[in-house]
Design a binder for this molecule. Structure first.
Ligand SMILES: Cc1cc2nc3c(=O)[nH]c(=O)nc-3n(C[C@H](O)[C@H](O)[C@H](O)COP(=O)(O)OP(=O)(O)OC[C@H]3O[C@@H](n4cnc5c(N)ncnc54)[C@H](O)[C@@H]3O)c2cc1C
Length: 366
């Protein structure tokens, strides 16, 4: 016997699960089931919190832009603070990297009209610690923004609850069974019934698929590491700087400067933690391009970014099981795509259709 019946059960209270539940709850009775004591304990609470429309690939760019209006003018009834703050993004090239910089500009300028090349001098005017004997040129895009992730996730949760939905924590989903036209979802804290299950379990999406007997969707969690170091003077308003070789980015992040070696180490789904070697690599790469000492590490963390092989999200009904919907593979873009993708995916569920986007589900087996 289940405790409660819902129209739709979303597994996972990260940005993806809360985002889709926000839109679904306008039209359906929804529950979000989260294993941890609090939402966003895993990847969604460990991101760099950036909103970058020209990111990863054209599909991701399109899904990010689909949430632009939501981010810029969020529903006032659920938040009284802005979700975005100015930051800017600089792509910096070192010796021998100007061709790569040009390729980057050629690829992204058609989609990002404000992305412009800048000289090495302008790079150093904007971020004076960049070494004069390293930086050879760059690009700057003022539309890269910082996301207030806490405010975003609180907005989703307020909306879900206000519309009659539930976000339940300490609910580790351990079994999934389809009987007739209903799923029975057994958790560590009781069982639930729902017509539709949404798999938004982040790094554990493959595990949840297996609970439903659905193997064969390739999703790889990859660890990414970050550290905060004491900041240079007057650096609060600097842009995020990333190297064209994708070996490093750094940006102001209270209480200091966040440095990240852009690592992608395959991992089992787990509570990720930083490896000493990755922190050392981040510090070393930072010292190669910047004139600023790494006196100490003030804070460090790691999180998992889960990718399908083509680095596009896996979204849609699984043709092998009635009422099982994937919302997985959000890689390094799951916060910024959460409203745009969440709204489209919710629409697909409510109309029982494919997702209106080039992402769709063509990679499903069977
Ligand atoms: C260092 C770093 C920097 C990043 N920077 C950015 C950025 O600037 N911008 C951006 O948009 N993205 C960024 N990302 C990526 C972003 O964090 C992820 O894409 C996003 O958080 C994924 O959201 P999610 O909801 O799919 O996963 P998660 O937030 O991990 O949520 C999945 C949830 O499912 C729950 N769950 C799993 N199994 C079960 C179960 N059996 N029962 C119940 N619940 C379960 C988990 O506990 C978890 O809370 C970054 C990631 C990292 C690590």
């Amino acid at each position: 016997m289940s405790d409660t019946h819902y129209d739709i059960a979303v597994i996972g209270a990260g940005a993806a699960g809360l985002g889709i539940a926000f839109y679904l709850s306008e039209h359906a009775h929804v529950v979000v089931l989260e294993r941890e004591e609090q939402p966003a304990y895993h990847s969604s609470g460990r991101s760099a919190a950036m909103y970058i429309e020209g990111y990863e690939n054209p599909e991701v760019a399109e899904l990010t832009s689909a949430g632009r209006d939501f981010f810029y003018t969020p529903p006032e009834v659920y938040t009284d603070v802005p979700l975005l703050h100015p930051r800017g993004g600089m792509t910096a090239a070192g010796p021998g990297e100007l061709d790569a910089l040009q390729r980057y500009l050629d690829a992204w300028q058609p989609m990002c009209p404000e992305l412009k090349p800048i000289s090495a001098d302008e790079c150093r005017e904007r971020v004076p610690i960049l070494k004069a004997d390293w930086v050879t040129g760059g690009a700057f895009d003022p539309t890269w923004l910082s996301i207030d992730v806490h405010a975003l996730l609180m907005l989703y949760q307020r909306g879900i609850k206000d519309r009659g939905g539930d976000v339940l924590t300490n609910k580790d989903v351990q079994a999934l069974k389809r009987d007739g036209n209903r799923w029975t979802i057994t958790t560590a804290g009781g069982s639930y019934e729902a017509d539709i299950v949404v798999n938004a379990a982040g790094a554990w999406a493959g595990v949840i698929g297996q609970l439903a007997g659905l193997d064969g969707i390739e999703l790889t969690p990859m660890r990414r590491t970050a550290a905060i170091i004491p900041p240079p003077e007057n650096s609060e308003d600097w842009p995020l700087v990333h190297t064209i070789g994708e070996e490093l980015y750094f940006k102001p992040e209270s209480p200091g400067l966040m440095i990240c070696p852009q690592d992608e180490t395959p991992s089992a789904p787990m509570d990720a933690f930083p490896e000493e070697m990755d922190i050392a690599v981040a510090a070393d790469r930072f010292l190669q391009v910047a004139d600023h000492p790494v006196e100490r590490i003030m804070h460090q963390w790691a999180g998992l970014r889960t990718f399908a092989p083509d680095r596009r999200p896996v979204v849609g009904f699984d043709p092998r099981a009635d009422g099982f919907f994937w919302l997985a593979g959000q890689g390094g873009f799951g916060v910024q795509t959460s409203p745009g993708l969440g709204e489209r995916a919710a629409q697909a569920i409510l109309t029982n259709s494919a997702v209106d986007s080039p992402i769709a589900a063509e990679r499903f087996v069977g």
